[in-house]
Structure formats: structure tokens, C-alpha cells
Design a protein around this ligand. Structure first.
Ligand code: NAD
Ligand code: MG
Length: 398
């Protein structure tokens, strides 16, 4: 029996995780659930899953949840970042789904890693920010890090399990990282200036949280995934080639020196990689409909357009700059995406904000988590300034 903490339980990945868990009452018990402010959703999840702990990152939301949870459910309500860390590292939990969105998830994900848990990593931003330090912590604690991002889970499944971080030993030539291309794959450059948050969040194949949906539309998601793949599989961007594959059925591929290319295919449903991580090394039912290749008929591939979608280039450059550059990139992107969702800046301002923040904050060695957090804060302050300047021009044009 695995005892699971779901960090970010009310989100898209959190709910899919709980759906898979509920299919296997003989294998999994929910130890703790966490969320930020969504009291109603959390109350419903507590009713259904009866965790030992429910954590609200927001203290006011925690107080409201505490008032509403019936004592008979025996759910203890905790709050704040300390609450998140406590349930991530608790002795009575062995498996942690890291599905908080953004840098807000780093501390609790790291706590799970340091406590040597099986960590199912959806929160790619945590790894992008702190790459080498994060992977060092995994090696030191012996945590079992399993990739949940569909592409990385696909790559993981296409590699020999004892050599996922040893491409030369495994005979890997390169990784073919697939991308859907997002909702604006065919949108002309001049029309991107006017796209709305609703259009950006209407992903053609996947249903996801708002932030990752905008990242998918800008191709920053693929940029973050490129960095994520480099850390998870101990490789370089030069060994990874992004292939836009609009059907989102092939979730990524690994090419070997003998010319073999192994691919993992499946319906675009995150319950597949989640079930893979929860059950690994066994296969468990995920509730996902079987793939109907006859109905699909054809697959298409194209190169990403870095002119229209500069975020992918910015991410690759940040990884090459090294040190704190990916943390700066990630924080500037989070701020720019939030401002776009608030309609303060245009979609096309997102890469402009990020690039100007990156050039204002040259990379320094990322030799401690405190340096990473410091750069994250600095980057957000610089981004806020850039957003203010651009917001004036947007409102002037309205
Ligand atoms: P979401 O917005 O649907 O859910 C985010 C969750 O994080 C919610 O439970 C929310 O309460 C919690 N949260 C938000 N801010 C918080 C804070 N400050 N402190 C504590 N908790 C906070 O997001 P999602 O789409 O489920 O994505 C979660 C993570 O998984 C992201 O890192 C994303 O990149 C990654 N991911 C998602 C998908 C997908 O299909 N949705 C696929 C691959 C990777
Ligand atoms: Mg992905």
C-alpha cells in the first residue's frame, strides 16, 4: 500500500492523480492533499478521499476549511508553506505527487526529495529553477524521481530503466521531443499581437491549468521541457530536437545509434503518465480510452517556428548560460504570463519582458538554494517594472 501526498490536489494534474488513485483502493491511500485557496474544491476532495491532512497554502483559506470540515472525517487542517513541507516529508507518506504550479512548488517538492520519497514530478518549474542542486539532492537522498510531464515520461519509458541518465552507455543518439504547437501553431505573426487569454488557454488537445496553457501557446512550455529533459536525463540541448506533432499522440521518442527510434504513444490524457509513475515498475489501469489509430489516420511533423515563438530560443539560451539564468527566465515568464492573463500586456510582450529581464540580470553561479530564491525575487521585480512600462502602451492603444 502506498501512502500518497498530492501537492496541488485541486489542479488539473492533482485531480487526474486522484482519479487514478480512486481506481486502486487496494494499492493507494491518500495521506495528504494540498491547495492554495480553493476551499470548496478541497472540502469536496476531503469528503471523497478522507486524507489525514488537508493543507491550504493560504492561511485565511485554511481557517475557512477548518470551520467547514466535519470532525467525523478526521482530517487535520494545516496551513502555509510549513504545512506543505510537513506533509511532503512526513514519515507516514512514501509517495509525493509534485503538482503545484510554478516556483511556489519548489520548497515542498524539494522537501519530498530530501526525505527520500518517490517523487512524481509534474512541477517542471522547480527543476528548471534549480537544476543541478535539485538533481544533487535526489542523488544524496536516494529519492525515486519519476517524470510525469508526458514527454519526459515517454522518454523515460523509451530508455533502459538502469540507464536513464547515461545516454552514451545506453547508445542513445538523440531525443525527439514532441510539441503540439499549441493553439497558435498556424496563426500569422502579425495576428499574435491581438490574441486573448481565452484563445491562448484553448489548447487543441490538452485540458490544463491556465499557466501551462499559456506556456504551451508561447512554446515556453517546450523551452521549460527542454531544460527539464537536460536535467532529468543528464544531456544537452544539442542532443534534443523539438518536433511539432499537432496530433499529440506520440509523446516523445528516443533515437539510438543503430538507427532505432522508440516512441511512446497514447491518447492525450495525463492519467497515463500519472499511472505510470504511481504504479512503476508495474502497469496499472489509468481509465484512459484505448488509442484508435484507424480513426486518427495520419501523423504530422514540422519544425518549430522560432521567429513567431521566441520563448523556445530564450529557454535554450538560458540553459546554455547556466547558473541562475533558468531561474531568472522562469520567474520572468511566470510574471509575464500572469500579467497577460490579467490583460495588462499583450501575448507578444511575454518574450520581450523575459528577454529584457535576462539581459538585466546576468547569470551567476547557482551554488545554493538561497541564491536561486534571491534571483527569483529579483527577476520578478525587474519583470514587474517591464510589465508596468508595457501596460501603459497597451492601455494607450485600447
Ligand atoms: P493548475 O493551475 O490546474 O493547478 C495548480 C495547483 O497548484 C492547484 O491545486 C493550486 O491550488 C496549487 N497552487 C497554486 N499556487 C500555489 C501556491 N502559491 N502555493 C501552493 N499551492 C499553489 O495547474 P496544472 O495544470 O495542474 O499544473 C501543475 C503543474 O504540473 C505545473 O507545474 C505544470 O507545468 C505541470 N504539468 C501540467 C500538465 C497538465 O496537463 N495540466 C502537464 C504536464 C505538466
Ligand atoms: Mg509536457
Amino acid at each position: 500500500m502506498r501512502h500518497v501526498t498530492v501537492l496541488g490536489a485541486t489542479g488539473s494534474i492533482g485531480l487526474s492523480t486522484l482519479d487514478v488513485i480512486a481506481r486502486h483502493p487496494d494499492r493507494f491511500r491518500v495521506f495528504a492533499l494540498t491547495a492554495c485557496r480553493q476551499v470548496d474544491s478541497m472540502l469536496e476532495l476531503c469528503r471523497r478521499h478522507r486524507p489525514r491532512y488537508a493543507v491550504m497554502a493560504d492561511p485565511e483559506a485554511a481557517a475557512r476549511l477548518h470551520q467547514q470540515v466535519p470532525a467525523a472525517w478526521q482530517v487535520e487542517v494545516l496551513s502555509g508553506p510549513e504545512g506543505l513541507v510537513a506533509v511532503a516529508e512526513a514519515d507516514d507518506c512514501d509517495t509525493v505527487m509534485a503538482a503545484i504550479v510554478g516556483a511556489a512548488g519548489l520548497e515542498s517538492t524539494l522537501a519530498a526529495v530530501r526525505a527520500g520519497k518517490r517523487v512524481l514530478l509534474a512541477n517542471k518549474e522547480a527543476l528548471v529553477m534549480s537544476g543541478a542542486l535539485f538533481m544533487d539532492a535526489v542523488a544524496e537522498s536516494g529519492a525515486e524521481l519519476l517524470p510525469i510531464d508526458s514527454e519526459h515520461n515517454a522518454i523515460f519509458q523509451c530508455l533502459p530503466s538502469h540507464q536513464v541518465r547515461n545516454f552514451p552507455g545506453a547508445g542513445v543518439r538523440r531525443v525527439l521531443l514532441t510539441a503540439s504547437g499549441g493553439p497558435f501553431r498556424e496563426t500569422p505573426a502579425d495576428a499574435l499581437v491581438d490574441v486573448s487569454p481565452e484563445q491562448a488557454c484553448a489548447h487543441p488537445n490538452w485540458s490544463m491549468g491556465q499557466k501551462i496553457s499559456v506556456d504551451s501557446a508561447s512554446l515556453m512550455n517546450k523551452g521549460l521541457e527542454l531544460i527539464e529533459a537536460c536535467w532529468l536525463f543528464n544531456t544537452r540541448p544539442s542532443q534534443i530536437e523539438v518536433h511539432v506533432h499537432p496530433e499529440s499522440i506520440i509523446h516523445s521518442m528516443v533515437e539510438y545509434v543503430d538507427g532505432s527510434v522508440l516512441a511512446q504513444l497514447g491518447s492525450p490524457d495525463m492519467r497515463t503518465p500519472i499511472a505510470n509513475g504511481l504504479g512503476w515498475p508495474e502497469r496499472i489501469d489509468a481509465g484512459v480510452a484505448p488509442l484508435d489509430l484507424f480513426a486518427l489516420g495520419r501523423f504530422h511533423f514540422e519544425r518549430p517556428d522560432l521567429q513567431r515563438f521566441p520563448c523556445l530560443r530564450l529557454a535554450a539560451e538560458a540553459f546554455e548560460s547556466g547558473g541562475t539564468a533558468p531561474a531568472v527566465l522562469n520567474a520572468a515568464n511566470e510574471e509575464a504570463v500572469a500579467a497577460f492573463l490579467r490583460r495588462e500586456i499583450r501575448f507578444t510582450d511575454i518574450p520581450v519582458v523575459i528577454e529584457s529581464v535576462l539581459s538585466s540580470l546576468p547569470a551567476v553561479a547557482a551554488d545554493s538554494f538561497s541564491v536561486i530564491f534571491e534571483k527569483d525575487h529579483e527577476s520578478r521585480a525587474f519583470a514587474a517594472e517591464q510589465i508596468r512600462r508595457r501596460a501603459v502602451s497597451v492601455s494607450g492603444l485600447k
